[in-house]
Ligand binder design. Structure first.
Ligand code: SF4
Length: 371
């Protein structure tokens, strides 16, 4: 268990809603930015953990954090105690990536940007229900690289129905083949989330074979250019891994601020209400607007540790009862640890269940032998 403390700040405002998006976010309420930031500041004040301990990483996500004025974000960042080496990441939509805006954010203490490009192909963006045009990724990359930030990333989504292999190849070339290429890249396979316009349109649902092929295209392109995978959906040049992500995969403690934000403290998980009005009224009355909570059992924590760590490059310590025959081609053993192969990364959930089952059966056998 790590001693780090992460802070996640949720900014739930967007220009419009993308078809695949199930995040807590609101459209057409931009008049609430200042009131919302005041609410988050109030939440910081009443959070005992943040008053006592310094954050080792902060991640501002959304929604669209770059939609609100950088000085407002700066106000929040200024109120959080940080270690001298704290990583401070902010998600940026491409249309907001101006030199002026990014410069203000760097001045406010931001050390890492994550730019949500998703694709550079217009018809793919349209299919995803995204608004921004994908024509100027090189220009955006130049601006981010020149912003003075310590490191940065771009996000892609692969698997839209209208996307062909060649479209994804073209996106990868646009993003990676120039001097200002990002030192970190996240690529998520399109998933169908309940309640989204995408979920109501089966003709646009991606099929598993296509997703597998797209993943291989991404992984191969990145490996060829000197990036290493360090989690199923994340690749980086050495030294550019995200500290905040690592905290989640290590089941570290984090405080979530804002509507719908989740927190975790030593196996106790809690989350704020997602409704913006309820959230604001709650914090304004000086109470954390709790949406729900749960204490995870040791068995659940162990299973989650396996599920999270198997997705990372360092894998998991060889579990009890490990039988490689049942997982042939999906995992390899490296220095006493079990690590996913490229094929295995596409089956991470199934591999987790099998490893967990093998370990349970081993323990059952052992207890039978001992009784
Ligand atoms: S910009 Fe991001 S948060 Fe906003 S609707 Fe699109 S996917 Fe969701």
């Amino acid at each position: 268990m790590t001693d780090d403390l992460g802070v996640y700040i949720h900014i739930p405002f967007c220009a419009s809603r993308c078809d695949y998006c199930a995040f807590v976010t609101y459209v057409g309420v931009d008049d609430l930015h200042e009131r919302y930031v005041d609410g988050v500041l109030r939440e910081i004040e009443i959070n005992a953990e943040l008053q006592e301990k310094s954050a080792t990483s902060i991640y501002v996500g959304g929604g669209t954090p770059s939609r609100i004025d950088p000085t407002l974000l700066g106000k929040i960042l200024a109120e959080i105690k940080k270690t001298s080496y704290c990583e401070v990441s902010v998600e940026v939509n491409p249309e907001d990536a101006t030199a002026e805006r990014l410069g203000s954010l760097v001045d406010a203490g931001v050390t890492r940007f994550s730019v949500g490009v998703q694709s550079t192909q217009e018809h793919v963006l349209k299919d995803l229900g995204r608004q921004h045009c994908g024509g100027s990724v090189k220009e955006i990359a130049d601006i981010v690289a020149d912003s003075g930030v310590a490191t940065w990333s771009m996000d892609l989504i692969a698997g839209a129905t209208s996307e062909r292999d060649a479209d994804l190849q073209a996106t990868l070339e646009d993003v990676l083949d120039h001097e200002s290429a990002p030192p970190h890249l996240s690529c998520y396979l399109l998933s169908v989330e309940k309640g989204t316009p995408l979920s109501r349109d089966p003709a646009r649902h991606p099929d598993d074979d296509t997703l597998a092929r797209r993943y291989e295209i991404v992984d191969t392109a990145l490996e060829e250019r000197g990036y290493e995978w360090y989690e199923v959906s994340n690749w980086s040049k050495p030294g550019h891994e995200s500290r905040h992500n690592q905290l989640y995969w290590d089941q570290g403690n984090y405080v979530g601020l804002g509507a719908g934000a989740h927190s975790h403290h030593n196996g106790y998980r809690s989350w704020n209400v997602a409704n913006l009005d309820t959230y604001l009224k709650g914090v304004e009355s000086g109470v954390r607007p709790l949406g729900g909570d749960e204490q995870l059992s040791i068995a659940t924590q162990d299973f989650e540790a396996l599920a999270l760590q198997i997705r990372t490059r360092k894998g998991v310590q060889t579990p009890k009862g490990f039988n490689p025959d049942a997982l042939h081609g999906f995992v390899v053993k490296r220095e006493g640890r079990v690590v996913l192969t490229q094929r295995g990364r596409l089956m991470a959930n199934q591999v987790t269940r099998l490893l967990s089952k093998q370990s349970e059966e081993f323990s059952l056998d052992l207890s039978r032998q001992l009784t």
